[in-house]
Design a binder for this molecule. Sequence first.
Ligand code: PRP
Ligand code: MN
Ligand code: MG
Length: 186
Amino acid sequence: MYDGDIASVVISEDRIRARTIELAAELAQRYQPAPGKDPEEDLLLVGVLKGAMMFMTDLARALPIPTQMEFMAVSSYGSSTSSSGVGRILKDLDRDIADRDVLIVEDIIDSGLTLSWLVRNLEARNPRSLEICTLLRKPDAISMQVEVSHVGFDIPNDFVVGYGLEYDERYRDLPYIGLLDPKVYC
Ligand code: PRP
Ligand code: MN
Ligand code: MG
């Protein structure tokens, strides 16, 4: 539907779905609910707007355990001169996460700046636990000081879009991850 803008399919809709089910099983194992538990003990998914929205909603539906959802929007203006990834909160969580099991849900970790900043920000709010689940991870993220417990796919350093990922706010609506044709941004 975007004519020739997508050079190839990198991860098909079927592969995303299959991997999401695997991740959901892994997470259900990790966050086994105790019988008769308090709703405050439900796993709290924190989706990072806007990129994570597709993965977040599909992951939540694939998870066989109760979850609650929160969203955050951050702008990272990490410059090449600073590795601190200083961020700004555009939309904060609606509630307190103290003593909660929190899982940050991301579409992609590229430089890792967004997530390393976000982890430090959320850690300061004293969650019971804080882990990360990302659909995609690029090689540069390896240098990041943050442990990522749940990764869908490790991908090469190519410009990918779709399934939440954009270029100039377009292509988020594609149901698969595609390689953006360089003619679009050159
Ligand atoms: C993208 C992506 C991740 C982040 C990864 O979000 O969705 O959140 O960049 O990059 P990093 O690891 O180098 O920090 P973006 O800030 O473009 O906002 P969006 O989710 O609204 O597209
Ligand atoms: Mn994002
Ligand atoms: Mg973006």
